[in-house]
Structures are given as structure tokens and as C-alpha cells.
Ligand binder design. Sequence first.
Ligand SMILES: NC(=O)c1ccc[n+]([C@@H]2O[C@H](COP(=O)([O-])OP(=O)(O)OC[C@H]3O[C@@H](n4cnc5c(N)ncnc54)[C@H](O)[C@@H]3O)[C@@H](O)[C@H]2O)c1
Length: 404
Amino acid sequence: MEPLNICVMGLGYIGLPTASLLATKGCQVRGVDVKPDVIDTINAGKIHIVEPDLDALVHSAVSSGRLTASLEPGPAEIFIVAVPTPFTEGHKPDVSYVRAATTALAAHLQPDNLIILESTSPIGTTELMAEIIRTERPDLVHGDTLAVHVAHCPERVMPGQILQEIVENDRIVGGLTTEATEKASAFYRGFVNGLVLSTDCRTAEMAKLTENSYRDTNIAFANELSIICHKLGIDVWELIKLANHHPRVNILRPGPGVGGHCLAVDPWFIVAAAPEEARLIRQARVVNEGKVDWVVERVLERASRLKTPVIGCMGLAYKPDIDDLRESPALAVTRRLKEALPDAEILACEPNLESFDEFPLAKLDEVLKRADIIVGLVSHRSFRNLARNHLEGKMVIDTCGVFL
Ligand SMILES: NC(=O)c1ccc[n+]([C@@H]2O[C@H](COP(=O)([O-])OP(=O)(O)OC[C@H]3O[C@@H](n4cnc5c(N)ncnc54)[C@H](O)[C@@H]3O)[C@@H](O)[C@H]2O)c1
């Protein structure tokens, strides 16, 4: 690819792999973050997040002199924004990080620069960035035209496979103008092997939110089914297996809810934008969040049969074989049990974490030895591989099919 000058705003799971990849492709990259410790770590050629092979890539990018980290943005031909887009209390999107990053980079813009928003964003955020630039830099406004180009290209990588997917995945690029779309698409074609698909910025924003809402809604169907089957005395796992033999049915797996900072967050951006219309998408969130309450109720009912119950919570992460606890329903269940049962012993086992700040973790052996009730919360490999005789004589509540 062309040896461009690039400034990447936000050096987390998305920004740091992107910045280091572009540096190793010959671009001169300034990575910007608001956290001084992140800047120091990266400038030392090290990393502050866990992602396979990222340490070697960052080390190579920094030692080549093509990646430098800084607290301040500087002049560049292309600016990439990869800052957080969480939601506030009440499930309203929080675009304050995008606002702050855009304001900071605006001071360094020159005519014909390209600004690309990669953060998962509520509809209208790309237009909001252009508005901020118009306000901050009236010298770049000529009538209705802005002398710089603004586009959105949502990131769709999966943690654990970021370095591979950042290059291989298809990308959707939507510019504020056709020229912005073309310029941004040409940039991604320089380093992406997947297809680069062009659209407008609002459609690109909605595409990313739609992908995550689609999965959330499908998991909600499985979660609701598991509650109905429990009531009717039907084994949900057998039912799903049978139903999936239909050539056009593919029901996903139920669990204790839905976690992570994407699926559990992004559908709310659609609901916030169209509260009257997004009835199914909202209801899917309600079903998935409510699954935690349902699991807790089931455990409490079992625990009420014992004088001093010992309860083993198997897994805290939001999905199998990772250590990420963001929005994790398994952690929510464990916390709720600890609150509801102060006299019980709750043994939380998370084999992907060495330790946890909030409460001590129990080893798998100890849980198997001591627990009266085993709650399967995450389908981690070490739980899946357990010999079933370890569970004999215990009450087992398997929310995610880990002990099938
Ligand atoms: N992590 C993923 O798997 C993933 C996948 C697809 C999309 N996304 C989206 O990408 C965006 C970034 O996610 P992430 O996981 O990289 O977040 P992250 O929290 O790992 O990293 C964001 C970084 O931005 C920094 N930051 C905050 N405000 C800043 C500012 N004004 N200027 C410069 N830096 C600033 C933070 O200090 C942090 O280091 C989010 O919108 C997220 O939803 C993430």
C-alpha cells in the first residue's frame, strides 16, 4: 500500500492492531490515546491488552520507527477514530468519546484529509463528526462543502482473532459524500483481502448495529425457548437438536443471557433511534437480560432445600474460553447469588483468570469436591471435558449445555 501518514485515535483492541498493522505495511503512524500509561507501554514496544500475536506486531512496528504513540494528535493524511462508544444509564448511546476525539483531531486537519470513524456508532455519528469539524474549523467550510472527507467503516473483528480478521473480513464503507466513500474504500482496499463494500454513512452505521442485533435476537429466541421448555418439562437441548434437522431452521444455543460489549450494547442504539418501532429488538434485549433473573430464581429454589448450601458457579466470562467479563451474564448470576444468599458458600470458578478483584476464585477441583449445587454458566473447554462422574450426587443446573 501507499506509505501514508496516519493518525489513529484510541489505542485499544481495535486501534492498536490497526495502527501497528498499518505501520508494518509501510505507513507512518501516530497512535493517540488519552491514557499516559498506554502511551508509555506502546512506546516501549509492549502491549496493554491481551490479543494473540499482537505483542510481536507492536514490537516490530515500534522498533521500525513507523509507530509512535502520543497523547496528542498531529497532522496526517488519514485519521482513524477507534474510541469507545458505550451506553449511559437508561441505555442511551454515549458518543462523548467520539466528540472529544473529533474535536482534538480537528485542530490538525488540512484540506483533502480523510477522517474515518471505525467505532460502532449510533446512526448519525459520522454526520455529527462533520458538524464538529465545521464548527471547529470554519476555514475548511466552503458553502455546503467541507474541504475534508468523512466516512464510517465499522470494525467487525472478533477478539482472539483480530489480526487475522482485520485483514480477511469484508468491510462496509459509507462516506458522507460519494468522494469520501471512494477515498475510504480505496484506503481499505490497500490492506484488506476481504471485499470492500460501498454505501452511505447512515447505512454503514446501521449495518454494524444490525449484525449484532440479529445475533442478539436469535439468541433471545433460544433463551425464551429454554424457559418455555423448563415450564413444560421438555429437554430444550434435545428439542433444538431435533428442530435443527429442518433444512431451514438453525436455532442457536441458550445460555444464562448475552454478554460482551457488542451484542449486549449495540441493539440499544437502534432502540434509542427508533423507540416506537424497534419492538422486537428491544424485547430481545429484555429477554436476554431477564434470563439472569430466571437462572438466579432456579438456583435459589434448589438452594432453599439445603441448610447451608455450597454452590459452584462454573465460569464468569461472557463466552467460552476467554477471560473477558464485560457485561457477562455469568458474572451477574454469581454476584446476585452472593447477595441473595449471604449464608451460603458461593464458589466461583473461572479457569481463564488467575485472580479477580471482587472476590476470590475457586479451583475446579475444590468446586467438584465441595459443591452441592453446580451451576453451568459458561461452556469453557475444561468444563466440557469433565468426566460426568464428577457431577454424580450433585444438583446440576446447566444453563448453557456445558455438561451435555
Ligand atoms: N473490541 C472489539 O472486539 C470490537 C469489535 C468491533 C467493534 N468494536 C468497537 O470499536 C470501538 C473501540 O473499541 P475497543 O474495544 O478498541 O475499545 P478499548 O476500550 O479497548 O479502546 C479504546 C481506547 O480509546 C481511548 N480513548 C478514549 N477517549 C479517547 C480520545 N478522546 N482520544 C484518544 N483515545 C481515546 C481509551 O483510553 C482506550 O484505550 C468501540 O466502538 C467498539 O464498540 C470493538
